[in-house]
Design a protein around this ligand. Structure first.
Ligand SMILES: [Zn+2]
Length: 142
């Protein structure tokens, strides 16, 4: 049983490459300097095609979460119930990333007791090894 994995395309490949190196980077317009997610070729604010991948702290806060229960794909059903958190980034709260709130960096899926998750709780990104060098961003309590 395997978990679903990202399928990087031309726009998102740099994001996943940086995750594979254990670094969270967000695409940033080189003209107006605004960060954007998901990655895309053109800035939605100033229409510039120039962009770079800027490192961010990896700090954020739980903005929302759900607790997954079956019916689920088999690999996920074995782990249910588990949490899926939406985290707003400290540097750019309008950018929110999805992952699991985990107790260790190697944990591939949210293993924290959902009853203990608090909206607004500070978290720090971590990266769980998946396959083929892909590492998935997850979150540890800060
Ligand atoms: Zn721009």
């Amino acid at each position: 049983m395997t978990f679903l994995l990202p399928r990087p395309d031309d726009d998102s490949a740099p994001f996943w490459d940086w995750c594979g190196k254990g670094e969270l980077r967000i695409q940033r317009c080189s003209a107006c300097r605004r960060r954007r997610m998901p990655p895309r070729p053109m800035c939605p604010w100033c229409r510039s095609w120039a962009a770079a991948w800027d490192p961010v702290s990896g700090r954020g806060r739980v903005w929302s979460f759900v607790v997954a229960h079956p019916p689920l794909l088999p690999a996920y059903a074995e782990r249910a119930p588990y949490n899926v958190v939406v985290v707003e980034l400290e540097e750019e709260p309008s950018i929110r990333l999805v992952g699991g709130l985990v107790t260790s960096p190697d944990e591939p899926i949210g293993d924290v007791d959902p009853a203990t998750i608090i909206i607004g709780q500070p978290v720090q990104v971590t990266f769980a090894p998946a396959v083929d060098g892909i590492r998935l961003p997850n979150w540890l309590r800060a």
